[in-house]
Design a protein around this ligand. Structure first.
Ligand code: PSU
Ligand code: MN
Length: 307
């Protein structure tokens, strides 16, 4: 059976045909990760950062049941304000197509669609991971299993301590996903530059990361790569400030019995409220920072492939 091709925007189709630099962007961050209008402003500003750094942005979503790679301005605007939008991981895409739904794609769904489109680099804020208490709940994000089967390099700012970071790193090791920290030994924790855990590898330039990606695929590993890019110093929050807030949000979710796919959006929204918007500001800066690195990687990677 032949694989589906998602619908490409003209700009993305053109860049793909030329072997140009492209960066995929997810849309659950727009539909479930940030409130309006910060979500729209962030989506537009992240696309602008990708362009400024020489690559073409390809925001991925499901619009009225259609798999889309590359959205126009008015489509982003609609998505950012839409109510009752589905949060789709890879497993939800087929049903969204049949039901004609509009969906924000998580990291897992975005990786899958990026691969179908032929895009190999993807920028986001934070990936899902192993939740705290997973030994009881089994709550492990499909983002991690997708990283274990899809040839996409995902640039993130590490994972939030809403997750069990040690277990998340263990799981990535099991899935044969290299975790490469950019310019540091430490695996970052989203709002902060250090999580207390080391990344597996350190590389210091976008070119080196692009070369590592190239070799990783030449080896036929079949897996993705996780690139952890620490939040810029000036935007980082202090652990004193954010750790308590995260712990409060996690406790509240437990008390209210929130689980499964509602858990991550609940925690993100609650942390934003409890921190009075401080976490949102940091979130926006780190996504822009990731888009910058991903675009530089995409430029280097496109040059490598043209060889
Ligand atoms: N973590 C964040 N921001 C986000 C998400 C996670 O800091 O926006 C979103 C991403 O789309 C990610 C998804 O792929 O949540 C993971 O959801 P879950 O934990 O339900 O797998
Ligand atoms: Mn989950």
């Amino acid at each position: 059976m032949s694989l589906l091709k998602p619908k490409l925007s003209p700009e993305v189709a053109d860049a793909l045909a030329k072997g140009g630099a492209i960066v995929a962007l997810e849309s659950t961050i727009i539909t479930h990760g940030m409130p309006y209008p910060a979500n729209l402003e962030t989506a537009l500003s992240v696309e602008a950062v990708v362009r400024e750094n020489g690559a073409v942005p390809a925001t991925i979503a499901v619009i009225d049941g259609e798999l889309r790679v590359g959205l126009e301005h008015d489509e982003l605007e609609k998505l950012a304000q839409a109510k009752g939008v589905v949060k789709a991981s890879g497993r939800d895409l087929a049903v969204a197509m049949v039901r004609g739904q509009t969906a924000g794609t998580t990291v897992s769904a975005t990786m899958l669609l990026a691969e179908l489109a032929g895009i190999e680099i993807f920028a986001t804020g934070g990936v899902g991971g192993v939740h705290r208490g997973a030994e009881q709940t089994f709550d492990i994000s499909a983002d991690l299993t997708e990283l274990g089967r899809t040839r996409t390099a995902v640039v993130c700012a590490g994972v939030k301590s809403i997750l069990d970071i040690a277990k998340t790193l263990e799981y990535l090791e099991t899935q044969r996903v290299p975790v490469i920290a950019y310019g540091t030994e430490d695996f970052p924790a989203f709002f902060t530059r250090q999580s207390g855990y080391k990344a597996d590898h350190r590389l210091d330039t976008a070119e080196e990361i692009a070369r590592a990606m190239h070799h990783h695929h030449q080896l036929g590993t079949g897996t993705g790569l996780l690139i952890a890019n620490p939040i810029p110093e000036e935007a980082a929050l202090t652990p004193d400030f954010i750790d308590g807030t995260i712990a409060d949000a996690v406790r509240e979710a437990e008390e209210r019995g929130i689980g499964r796919k509602e858990l991550t959006p609940f925690l993100l929204a609650r942390i934003n409220e409890l921190s009075k918007g401080e976490s949102l500001k940091a979130n926006i800066e780190l996504v822009r920072n990731n888009a910058r690195l991903a675009a530089k990687m995409a430029v280097a990677y496109a040059a490598l492939k043209k060889g």
